[in-house]
Design a protein around this ligand. Structure first.
Ligand SMILES: *Cc1c(COP(=O)(O)O)cnc(C)c1O
Length: 457
C-alpha cells in the first residue's frame, strides 16, 4: 500500500517511511493513497477468527511491503503474549450497553494494544537495518507507559518520554519511571501535555537535530497505531454478533482511537455513529456539534489522558472531508494554527454523517462512576465514564459499544472522589508500588531538552 501526506498528494511513501517518520516532512500526517473496502464475503470470512488472526488479516494489507504475513502473525502473537486476557480484549454488558475492555495489557490502558505491536515492528526493522534510532514521545500519562513497556530493553534504540510534571497520576508515573533498562529516559516537563507535544514536534521539525539523533516517534499520529487499533472495532462487531450496525462511543483526546473506528467504517465495517466523548476540554465536541474549532486553554480534569486542545489526528478527518485535497487541507491547517478556523456548513454535514459528540464536566463524570457502581456493582475509570455518559446524554444506548480505555486503578483520586473507595492494581502489578523511580525534571525549554537528549545518547 502507498501512503501520502495530508498536505502533499504528489510524493509517494511506503509503509516503512510512514511508520519510521511518524510525521511527514511537510508537517502533514501520513494516510493511505487509497483504501480497499472488505466485501460482504470477506467480512463473513473474518467473522469468528481469534483476535490475533483477525489482527493479521486487518493489518497485513497496510504493511505488506514491510514484512511477510507469517512474520506478522508471529509478531502479533508475541506482542500480546503478556496480556492478562487470553482474548486480548473483553466485552461485557452494562445494562443496554456493551463495554469493550481495552485495558488488559501491561500498563492498564488501551494504548498497550497498538504499542506492543509497534515495539516489535521497530525491533524487526532494526534487526534488518541496524541503524540506532532515538524515539521521542510526548505523553499525557498513558502513551508513555505503553511506549516504555513496549520498547524497554530492545537493542539499537532509546526511548525518551516527556510527561507534564505533577499532572499525571502517581500510578501513571510509576508505570513509566520504575524501569531499570538503560535505553529508557523519562523527562518531566514543567508545563502541560500540549507543551510536551509541542516540544517533540519542534524537535522533529528541527531537521538538523532530528537527523543527528536519527529521531523517530510513536505518538498517536503514527499511522501504524491507527491500523492496529482498528482491529478491535472489527472484533467487537463480530463478537456482539447481532448483524446490526453498531455505534461506538470513544473517550477522545487526540482523535486517534476514534479515527481508527472511522477507518474501520471506511473499510466496510457496519458502523452507525462514532460518538466523540470529551471532558471539559471540549474542542472536538464544539467542532462536531457547531463547527467551532477554536482552541482554548487546556484545563486539568479527572480524565487527564484527554486534557488536550490540539487533536492532531483531526487533520486526517479534515483531509477526508476535503476529498483528500492536500492543498485545501494545508490551507485549513494554517488557519487552525492561527486559531481562525471554523468548519463550514457543508463539511460539518459531511462529518455529522459519521460522528456525533457530547461532553461531560468533572461532576458529571464522577456521577457516572457513582451511578454505575450503585447500579451494576462495578468500577469504571473516569475516561470510560465520559464515554458512557456521552451515550446516555445522546440517548444512543441501543446497539452501542463503549470503549473502556483504562483500568480504574490508574486514576485513584477520581475513584475515591466518586465512590470513596480505593481501587487496587491487579495483583500481578502490585510490585509497581515498591520500585524506585527515575526521572529528570526539565523546564519547558527546547534547548534544555535537546541538550539532555544529546548528552544521554
Ligand atoms: C489516550 C487515551 C484516551 C484518548 O485517546 P485518543 O486516541 O488520544 O483520542 C482516552 N482514554 C485513555 C485512558 C487514554 O489513555
Amino acid at each position: 500500500m502507498n501512503y501520502i501526506s495530508t498536505r502533499d498528494s504528489q510524493k509517494i511513501f511506503t509503509f516503512k517511511d510512514a511508520f519510521l517518520k511518524g510525521l511527514a516532512d511537510d508537517g502533514g500526517l501520513f494516510v493511505p493513497q487509497s483504501l480497499k473496502k472488505f466485501k460482504k464475503e470477506e467480512l463473513d470470512r473474518l467473522n469468528g477468527l481469534s483476535y490475533n488472526d483477525l489482527a493479521a488479516e486487518i493489518i497485513y494489507p497496510f504493511i505488506g511491503d514491510f514484512m511477510q504475513k507469517d512474520e506478522l502473525i508471529s509478531l502479533i502473537s508475541k506482542s500480546y503474549s503478556n496480556f492478562r486476557s487470553s482474548d486480548i480484549v473483553k466485552i461485557s454488558d452494562l445494562g443496554d450497553l456493551k463495554i469493550l475492555e481495552l485495558f488488559h495489557g501491561p500498563t492498564l490502558a488501551f494504548k498497550d494494544i497498538a504499542m506492543q505491536v509497534i515495539g516489535n515492528l521497530f525491533q524487526y526493522h532494526l534487526e534488518n537495518d541496524q541503524k540506532k534510532i532515538n524515539i521521542l514521545v510526548a505523553t499525557s500519562g498513558d502513551t508513555g507507559a505503553a511506549a516504555i513497556d513496549a520498547l524497554r530493553g530492545k537493542s539499537n534504540l532509546n526511548v525518551f518520554v516527556l510527561h507534564p510534571n505533577n499532572r499525571i497520576s502517581p500510578v501513571q508515573r510509576k508505570l513509566m519511571t520504575i524501569h531499570d533498562e538503560k535505553n529508557v529516559f523519562n523527562i518531566a516537563i514543567e508545563g502541560n501535555f500540549d507543551d510536551c507535544q509541542n516540544l517533540v514536534k519542534a524537535m522533529f521539525n528541527d531537521k538538523k537535530f532530528s537527523k543527528t539523533i536519527n529521531m523517530s516517534g510513536v505518538n498517536s499520529i503514527n499511522w501504524a497505531r491507527i491500523i492496529v487499533q482498528t482491529v478491535y472495532y472489527f472484533y467487537a462487531y463480530f463478537k456482539v454478533g447481532n448483524d446490526k450496525p453498531l455505534s461506538f462511543s470513544v473517550p477522545t483526546g487526540n482523535f486517534g482511537d476514534i479515527y481508527a473506528g472511522y477507518l474501520g467504517k471506511k473499510l466496510g465495517l457496519p458502523i452507525d455513529k462514532l460518538i466523540v466523548a470529551t471532558n471539559k476540554n471540549d474542542i472536538l465536541h464544539r467542532a462536531i456539534s457547531v463547527g467551532d474549532y477554536s482552541q482554548k486553554k487546556v484545563e486539568e480534569t479527572n480524565s487527564p489522558s484527554m486534557d488536550i486542545q490540539i487533536a492532531s489526528n483531526f487533520e486526517r478527518l479534515l483531509h477526508n472531508v476535503k476529498n483528500c485535497n492536500s492543498e485545501v487541507t494545508k490551507k485549513v491547517m494554517s488557519e487552525i494554527k492561527k486559531n481562525t478556523y471554523k468548519i463550514d456548513k457543508n463539511d460539518l454535514n459531511e462529518i455529522k454523517k459519521d460522528f456525533v459528540s457530547e461532553t461531560l464536566d468533572e461532576n458529571e463524570t464522577l456521577k457516572v462512576i457513582k451511578t454505575i457502581n450503585e447500579k451494576h456493582h462495578r468500577v469504571v475509570d473516569p475516561h470510560t465514564a465520559v464515554g458512557i455518559g456521552a451515550v446516555k446524554k445522546l440517548g444512543l444506548e441501543k446497539n452501542c459499544v463503549v470503549l473502556s480505555t483504562a483500568h480504574p486503578c490508574k486514576f485513584p483520586q477520581a475513584i475515591e472522589d466518586a465512590i470513596s473507595k480505593t481501587e487496587n492494581l491487579p495483583g500481578s502489578l502490585n510490585y509497581v508500588n515498591y520500585k524506585k523511580e527515575k526521572f529528570e525534571v526539565l523546564p519547558n525549554d527546547i534547548e534544555k531538552v535537546k541538550d539532555y537528549v544529546l548528552n544521554s545518547i
